[in-house]
Write a protein that binds this ligand. Structure first.
Ligand SMILES: Cc1ncc(COP(=O)(O)O)c(C=O)c1O
Length: 361
């Protein structure tokens, strides 16, 4: 049986605990609690019959909407079934012999690099430096190890650390490696400072990949997109998308969600507000070390050496809440966990449940 490598498998919890997936407060999947953009939901409902037709094989309107959003020509937009497909195909095409990843980082990168037989080098994010990424060290490491590809998730999952666009430009200018930037969580930050998208016009070894699963709360439509300055990579990824490879609902919702400015602003504000509140509440308890985060999720370490994140996860499951036990991330141990911000009431319930757990011995 395929093992779940990521956040909550709500369907497995349904079998084990007889919980309905919709009754679980999922703090583990990093999905915007507001749900999808109301405009996108309305479009989906109105256009349900789009499921009875083939989508536009060229996805002209969808690419135009993404092009507008990214401020790039629509011809530059690549599409994929979630970021997952684009990650897999970009790595398979670049086929680096040697690659550098941050550690810890999203586990699919190591998996895809292992599949193509790349030698993997890890840049260890230091707990004592709040897991921050030092751009000078990254540049030195890429040059010393002569790596062909550096993968940066920006902000990084699970640590929430980040580099600026100026940092990414320096990496491209001062090394000869390809740089793959995964901007899955970029909308939870200020893209004007942190997004590397505008660099693709002048840097040919850059690929930036994004998706709609998290900020736009639509993991079910499997919509990912990318831009790259590498013409051969662009051609390969465009050719890899199978005929009608993007489903009709992704096409319908994607045409409107990016332009829903009210939804974007409300989502950003909600997460900023809740993140500050929850971090302050957890830090006040003293039992936890909470790391700063640019994402909609927060990494936490339990201070007491005799307690484990897995026990906390079990205790919270009894209250129908799921957090991510991070013990299987490289460079973390059994005392680390991650949670994402949900609605204010759920976040308060989480803080209380965590507090209750540490009050019991
Ligand atoms: C950094 C990162 N990239 C990619 C993905 C996969 O996203 P998608 O649903 O777009 O395939 C995730 C999911 O957790 C993620 O955290």
């Amino acid at each position: 049986m395929k093992k779940n490598r990521h956040g909550a498998d709500l369907y497995a919890l349904e079998t084990k605990y007889h919980y309905r997936p919709e009754d679980i407060r999922d703090f583990s999947s990093n999905i915007n609690p507001l749900g999808p953009s109301p405009k996108a939901m309305e479009a989906a409902a109105k256009n349900i019959r789009a499921l009875c037709r083939y989508p536009d094989p060229e996805y002209r309107k969808l690419k135009a909407a993404i092009g507008d959003y990214l401020n790039v020509d629509q011809a530059a937009v690549l599409l994929g079934s979630g970021t997952s497909q684009l990650i897999q195909e970009a790595i398979a095409f670049i086929k680096p012999a040697r690659a550098l990843i941050n550690s810890p980082c999203y586990s699919e990168y190591a998996r895809e690099l292992e599949k193509i037989g790349a030698e993997i080098f890890e840049y260890h994010l230091d707990y004592h430096k709040n897991f921050s990424i030092d751009v000078n060290e990254i540049i030195a490491r890429i040059n010393e190890e002569a790596v062909d590809l550096y993968v940066l998730t920006n902000p990084n999952n699970p640590t929430g650390s980040i580099l600026t666009r100026a940092d990414v430009a320096r990496i491209l200018d001062e090394t000869s490696a390809h740089v793959l930037v995964d901007e899955t969580y970029i909308e939870f930050t200020d893209p004007a400072i942190y997004s590397a998208v505008s660099l693709v016009k002048s840097r040919e070894k850059l690929i930036v990949i994004r998706g709609t699963s998290k900020f736009f709360a639509t993991p079910g439509i499997r919509l990912g997109y990318a831009v790259t300055g590498d013409e051969a990579l662009h051609a390969a990824l465009a050719a890899d998308l199978s005929m009608w490879g993007i489903n009709a609902m992704a096409d319908v919702m994607g045409r409107v969600m990016f332009q829903d400015v009210a939804f974007r602003e409300e989502s950003f504000r909600l997460i900023q507000r809740e993140k500050a509140k929850v971090i302050a509440a957890l830090e006040a308890k003293g039992a936890l070390k909470v790391f700063p985060s640019y994402g909609n999720f927060v990494l936490v370490k339990i201070k007491d050496k005799s307690r484990r994140a897995a026990e906390l996860r079990e205790a919270l499951l009894a209250k129908k809440m799921v957090i991510r036990d991070c013990s299987n991330f490289k460079n973390l141990d059994e005392r680390f966990f991650r949670f994402c911000l949900l609605d204010p009431e759920s976040n308060e319930a989480l803080v209380k449940a965590i507090d209750d757990f540490f009050k019991t011995s």
